[in-house]
Design a protein around this ligand. Structure first.
Ligand code: SGN
Ligand code: CA
Length: 532
């Protein structure tokens, strides 16, 4: 088979399917790419069991490899997804933030799989502004999608399905696997959860359980941002100050009025009302039965609560709903893994679990993402590939979402376009780290001024340090010593002891900007386009 694949690579005009007989076709590995939205690695028990048990997601690491240093190039939804699909940094594929359109004339890796004879399917949240290309069957949520009773864009128009969206996405995925997949062809499947994106609405079975739990507070929940620059201080993602009392903490809009609580944002009350409006009568009754007593208790307590107590209350409410959403994702992953086992597909199928970026679960008092700082820069990555990946193995190399396209293409024996900017992690999956020489990664965030007010910044991350440049309306640099200050509480940029480190990293950062073809001119172009 390898020779035929080589022929295909050497003779691009030749159709791969024409070269392969049916047995060869079946031998090509299947790929299942499972991605959730905003799933923090802190909320996967394979990484940390402080918050939640995720036995099904953990199975992928138990039977495969856990990456402890996987990161994204830009910690926000649509840009991350565009990077995954194109294998390019945002400044080249152009989807620098959630608003900019994606130029659909660009090649995305599913198109190459489809052309090479793979079946391709996608279910869940793409959040890309466009329908996907190169996908035989898709059912994707419009934009962010809804947690209950979702609509989907499909190859044949719009559909509406009643139910809890995480379960619906799992059902759609399994329905395709069982009923429409051609067993004689290899497949590339995207199983893309909307959960646990804001505003965190769990399924009934989970809000009943999770609203009763109490979670440990992270040590930096009451961070005052001293030791950091104006970007951390000016960001609007503090749980106490910026999470919505109604939309996020699930107080009733009328209760806010009653208690004289000013909404944290002008869409606070509207979001919760939209949530109620979407429920069926039965769903609403189940919701109220659990959330009404929480609201009643809060009403009693609120008049005597200090700000610190309000923060602690909001943090618990946040964790209960966020983690409750993850419980359904974990069950869905379990259902898919079981199906692969039952059908014998496990052996020849690569399964990836990841998130479009990391997320703050109260670290630095925050929710949301966007920053190059640890919890949003890093993303979970678990990979199972029986026969190739050693079960229970761990890898701490700096891999990125930039690497998926080339990795999958190599696994399928399809040539990657030469302008992709990642690196295949297949050697790492095989346990060979000798040939892997990446010692730094590049990061660039753009969406500012915008919701959460995280300033534009780019930076370099090595194993030991993180050097960041915030620009646009400031010109500030930050340096973090990742080994001695893992919680990133102290900017060492102006500390003379780090002068040599700063100088070296600045040089390296400039080299990375050249290597990846980013530049001040492009920074300015994107600023100008933003203003239009
Ligand atoms: C919404 C959320 C934000 C979130 C963005 C982007 N606000 O606007 O908190 O940062 O999505 O998220 S909400 O009040 O509407 O929930 S992303 O994952 O799509 O990038
Ligand atoms: Ca996201």
């Amino acid at each position: 088979m390898r020779i035929k694949l080589l022929l295909y690579i050497l003779l691009p005009g030749l159709s791969l399917t024409a070269c392969l007989n049916q047995d060869d076709q079946k031998l090509r590995p299947n790929i299942v790419f499972i991605m959730s939205d905003d799933h923090a690695y802190q909320a996967i028990s394979a990484y940390s069991d402080k918050l939640i048990q995720t036995p099904n997601i953990d199975r992928i690491a138990k039977e495969g490899m856990l990456f402890s240093n996987a990161s994204v190039t830009n910690s926000i939804c649509a840009p991350s997804r565009a990077t995954i699909l194109t294998g390019k940094h945002c400044h080249l594929h152009g989807k620098i933030d959630n608003r900019f359109p994606f130029d659909t004339t660009q090649i995305t890796f599913p198109q190459l799989f489809q052309a090479a004879g793979y079946q391709t399917a996608m279910f869940g949240k793409l959040h890309f502004g466009n329908n996907p290309k190169g996908i035989d069957e898709f059912k994707i949520l419009p934009g962010q999608g809804a947690y209950y009773n979702p609509d989907f864009h499909t190859n044949d128009g719009k559909i509406h399905i009643e139910g809890y969206t995480t379960d619906v996405i799992t059902d759609l995925t399994l329905d395709w696997m069982k009923n429409r997949r051609d067993p004689d062809k290899p497949f590339l499947l995207f199983f893309l959860h909307k959960a646990p994106h804001r505003n965190w609405l769990p399924a009934e079975r989970h809000f009943m359980e999770y609203t009763k739990k109490v979670y440990p507070e992270p040590p930096t929940l009451f961070d005052d941002y001293q030791g950091r620059g104006s970007a951390a201080k000016g960001a609007e993602m503090n749980i106490l100050l910026h999470q919505n009392w109604a939309g996020d903490s699930k107080l009733r809009p009328e209760v806010l009025d009653e208690l004289g609580i000013k909404p944290s944002s002008n869409w606070d009350q509207r979001i919760m009302q939209n949530t109620y409006d979407r429920f069926t009568g039965e769903q609403l009754a189940a919701w109220n039965a659990v959330y009404d007593p929480i609201i009643e208790e809060f009403k009693e307590r609120y008049p005597s609560m200090t700000e610190k107590e309000q923060m602690s209350w909001k943090y618990q409410r946040y964790m209960q709903d966020y983690l409750g959403c993850i419980a359904a994702v974990d069950e869905g992953v379990g259902r898919l893994l079981d199906y692969l086992d039952e059908t014998g597909l496990t052996q020849n199928t690569l399964v990836v679990y990841t998130s479009d970026q990391g997320f703050y679960l109260g670290e630095h008092g925050w929710f949301d993402k966007r920053f190059i700082y640890e919890e949003s820069f890093k993303t979970p990555l678990l990979v199972r590939w029986p026969g190739t990946v050693e079960p229970g193995s761990k890898n701490d190399q700096m891999v990125q979402n930039l690497d998926f396209a080339q990795t999958f293409l190599e696994i399928a024996g399809i040539e990657a376009p030469s302008d992709m900017q990642g690196e295949s992690i297949v050697p790492l999956l095989k346990g060979d780290i000798k040939g892997w020489d990446r010692d730094a990664v590049y990061y660039h965030y753009y969406e500012y001024p915008a919701e959460h007010m995280v300033k534009r910044h780019y930076g370099i991350v090595t194993r030991e340090y993180k050097l960041v440049h915030f620009y646009y309306d400031v010109d500030e640099w930050e340096l973090y010593d990742r080994r001695n200050d893992p919680m990133e509480m102290q900017n060492e940029y102006n500390n003379p002891e780090y002068a040599t480190v700063v100088a070296e990293l600045k040089e390296k950062l400039a080299e990375l900007r050249v290597k990846y073809e980013d530049s001040e001119e492009l920074d300015q172009n994107f600023i100008d386009l933003y203003k239009k």
